[in-house]
Ligand binder design. Structure first.
Ligand code: NAI
Length: 255
C-alpha cells in the first residue's frame, strides 16, 4: 500500500542521507518527483546514491554536511540552492544514539547526542528556513524524532532528552514560521529495522521488545513512506506543529 504524491518542482534536503531512514526517505521523495539533495558527512557514499537515483531518471545531488558544524550547515544549504534552487522541503534526519546507563553517561557522549539530534536539527532548520524566506517560497520541514522523545526506556537518557527537545522545537518553530508559509512537523518512528540494528532486533532482547509492540512487529522502512509523503507534500497544507507517531502501537502498549 503506498500513498501517491506529486512532488515535482519541490527541492528537498535530506540530512544523514548516507544510510538507514535518511537514504530510504531521500529515495522515496526522489521517486515522488522531487529534486533531492542527499547530505552526509560520508560524501562518497551519498555521491554513489545520488548517481544511482540519477540513473533512474531522478534529479539528485550529493552535499557534504556535518550538522554539528554551523559553517558546514550554511555551506550545505547554499550548495543546495545553487545546484537545485531554494529548498522547499527539509528532512532533518541526521541523528545518533547511545546505549549508556545514565550513571555512566560521559559529558562527551551527552554533548555529542544533543549537538547532533537537537542543536544540529535546529541549525539546519534555521538555515533552510532563511533560504526559503529569502527566496519567497514556503516549505515543509520534517524533523525525525522518535517514540523515545515521547516515552522513555533504559539506557537512552541523552537520546530521549534530545528527541523530546526536538519535539518541542518542532512546535516552537511551527509557531514562529507559520507567517512565512513554512510548516514544521515531526515524525516519531518506533523501532524500524535497518542494517545497523537488525542483529540486535533479532536477538533475545530484541524479540522481547517486539512482543510488547501491539502489532507484534518492528517497523519497516516502507512504513514511513505514507506519513513522510503526507507531511512533505501539500496534502498536509493545514498541518503544522504536529507529531505523527509511526510505531505499530508501541506507545500505547499495555501497562
Ligand atoms: P543511521 O545511523 O543509519 O542514520 C543516521 C544518519 O545520520 C547517518 O547517515 C549518519 O551518518 C548521519 N549523521 C550522524 N551524525 C551526523 C552529523 N553530525 N552530520 C551529518 N550527518 C550525521 O540510523 P537510522 O536508524 O537511519 O536513524 C536516522 C534517524 O532516525 C535518526 O535521527 C534516528 O534517531 C531516527 N530514528 C531511528 C529509529 C530506528 O529504529 N532506526 C527509530 C526512531 C528514530
Amino acid at each position: 500500500m503506498s500513498l501517491r504524491a506529486d512532488l515535482s518542482g519541490k527541492v528537498v534536503l535530506v540530512t544523514g542521507a548516507s544510510s538507514g531512514l535518511g537514504l530510504h526517505m531521500a529515495k522515496t521523495l526522489a521517486r515522488a518527483g522531487a529534486k533531492v539533495a542527499l547530505a552526509a558527512r560520508r560524501l562518497e557514499r551519498v555521491e554513489a546514491e545520488a548517481r544511482a537515483l540519477a540513473d533512474e531518471g531522478a534529479t539528485a545531488v550529493a552535499v557534504p554536511l556535518d550538522v554539528t558544524d554551523p559553517a558546514s550547515v550554511e555551506a550545505a544549504v547554499a550548495r543546495v540552492r545553487d545546484a537545485l534552487g531554494p529548498p522547499t522541503i527539509l528532512v532533518n534526519n541526521a541523528g545518533i544514539a547511545h546505549t549508556d546507563r545514565a550513571l555512566e553517561l560521559t559529558p562527551e557522549t551527552f554533548r555529542e547526542v544533543v549537538a547532533t539530534n537537537l542543536e544540529g536539527a535546529f541549525y539546519v532548520a534555521r538555515a533552510t528556513a532563511r533560504a526559503m524566506i529569502e527566496a519567497g517560497v514556503g516549505g515543509s520541514i520534517v524533523n525525525v524524532a522518535s517514540i523515545l522523545g515521547l516515552r522513555v526506556a533504559g539506557r537512552v537518557a541523552a537520546y530521549a532528552a534530545s528527541k523530546a527537545g526536538l519535539v518541542r522545537l518542532t512546535e516552537a518553530l511551527a509557531l514562529e514560521w507559520a507567517r512565512h508559509g513554512i510548516r514544521v512537523n515531526a515524525l516519531a518512528p518506533g523501532y524500524v529495522e535497518t542494517d545497523l540494528n537488525r542483529e540486535f532486533l533479532s536477538s533475545e532482547a530484541g524479540q522481547a521488545l517486539r512482543a510488547r509492540i501491539p502489532q507484534r512487529r518492528f517497523g519497516r522502512l516502507e512504513d514511513l513512506d505514507g506519513p513522510l509523503l503526507l507531511l512533505a507534500s501539500d496534502a498536509s497544507a493545514y498541518v503544522t506543529g504536529a507529531v505523527i507517531v509511526v510505531d505499530g502501537g508501541h506507545l500505547v502498549s499495555s501497562l
